[in-house]
Design a protein around this ligand. Structure first.
Ligand SMILES: Nc1ncnc2c1ncn2[C@@H]1O[C@H](COP(=O)(O)OP(=O)(O)O)[C@@H](O)[C@H]1O
Ligand SMILES: [Mg+2]
Length: 311
């Protein structure tokens, strides 16, 4: 579990992370989204003590990173652009870390197999593709079987097989009860794995909720309705609080009522329904809506209060 409280990082006059609070819980994959430059990597680096916060704090299982006993067994991280010695082979790289941390060499072999690098374990890392480096980074992160796992843009450079494999792996880690935080600048990558989504833009938290809540809150979600008498149905629905945006009577675009409510209104008025479809924005549209700040998606009260403070 990671608890981030009022975390801020300033690089001279640039605010990379702006008063961020969030909790990464065990047993679920939390997607950490935001456009490039949003402050994701800076946040992840503060979690593992690579960067000192200007303000605020991060707790891992209730402790600061530097106070963790055997941190490799508490939190594992793949950090964007992490330095590794290109002269080492994958096996040497992992064995060095294992030896320094009192982890068995058997675990190294196990991790090499798990990330699919078994056959190239004696190759120098300098010859690795980006995808292979990502796999090695993931093996490194998981070497100590940590309870919390943070992966910064882990899908970068992976091919179709790699993406499929990593999706399965992140879900499996969450099922094992681990707290999993995965960053990406692409909504499509996160959608397939994350139960909860956290969105950053310009260092600020702009959304923190489940994928389902996010879609339902979107201004672009509506019910497409067609019935035997749309003109009549339109006025009936409006009476029940619907907001209808269609330009003609050929189909109704109904906001503010759900499918069940619409179905019941039709039945009570003896109207046959020809079509009732929930139209949802594509994830990319949703992401744009979010990052342009058209809607307030931050569900937790504390963040709302902070937003209010700044106005
Ligand atoms: N070491 C640094 N010095 C100065 N500015 C930095 C440094 N690291 C990151 N930044 C700036 O902070 C902002 C957030 O960067 P980053 O956390 O890397 O974003 P993301 O990972 O979401 O793409 C960017 O504007 C970036 O240029
Ligand atoms: Mg980054």
């Amino acid at each position: 579990m990671i608890e981030i409280k009022n975390l801020t990082k300033k690089f001279r006059d640039k605010i990379a992370v702006d008063n961020l609070s969030l909790i990464v819980r065990p047993g679920v994959v939390t997607g950490f989204l935001g456009p490039n430059g949003a402050g994701k990597s800076t946040t992840l680096k503060m979690i593992i003590g690579l960067i000192n916060p200007t303000q605020g704090e991060v707790k891992i299982d209730g402790k600061n990173y530097k106070d963790l006993i055997r941190p490799i067994s508490k939190i594992g991280a793949l950090i964007d652009g992490d330095a590794v010695n290109p002269k080492f082979t994958a096996k040497q790289h992992l064995e060095l870390i294992a030896t320094a941390s009192g982890i068995s060499i058997g675990r190294v072999e196990e991790m090499l197999k798990m990330v699919g690098l078994d056959k190239v374990k004696n190759k120098q890392i300098g010859e690795f593709s980006l995808g292979m480096k990502q796999r090695l980074g993931i093996a490194t992160a998981l070497l100590g079987d940590p309870k919390t796992v943070i992966l910064d843009e882990p899908f970068n450079g992976l091919d179709v097989d790699g993406i499929h494999w990593l999706r399965g792996l992140t879900k499996e880690l969450a099922e094992q009860g681990k707290s999993v935080l995965v960053s990406s600048h692409l909504m499509s990558e996160i959608q397939a794995i994350a139960e909860r989504i956290v969105v950053l833009a310009q260092g600020k938290l702009i959304a923190d909720m489940t994928m389902e809540e996010m879609t339902n809150k979107s201004l672009s979600t509506y019910m497409k309705v067609n019935s035997e008498n749309n003109r009549k149905f339109k006025s009936l629905l409006e009476k029940e609080g619907a907001l209808i945006q269609s330009m003609n009577d050929e189909e109704l675009h109904v906001h503010k009522l759900d499918m069940k409510q619409i179905g019941i209104i039709a039945r009570n008025n003896n109207l046959a329904i020809y079509e009732l479809t929930k139209i949802q924005p594509s994830l990319e549209e949703l992401f744009i809506e979010l990052t342009e700040g058209k809607a307030d998606y931050v569900s937790n009260v504390e963040s709302k209060e902070r937003k209010g403070d700044r106005q």
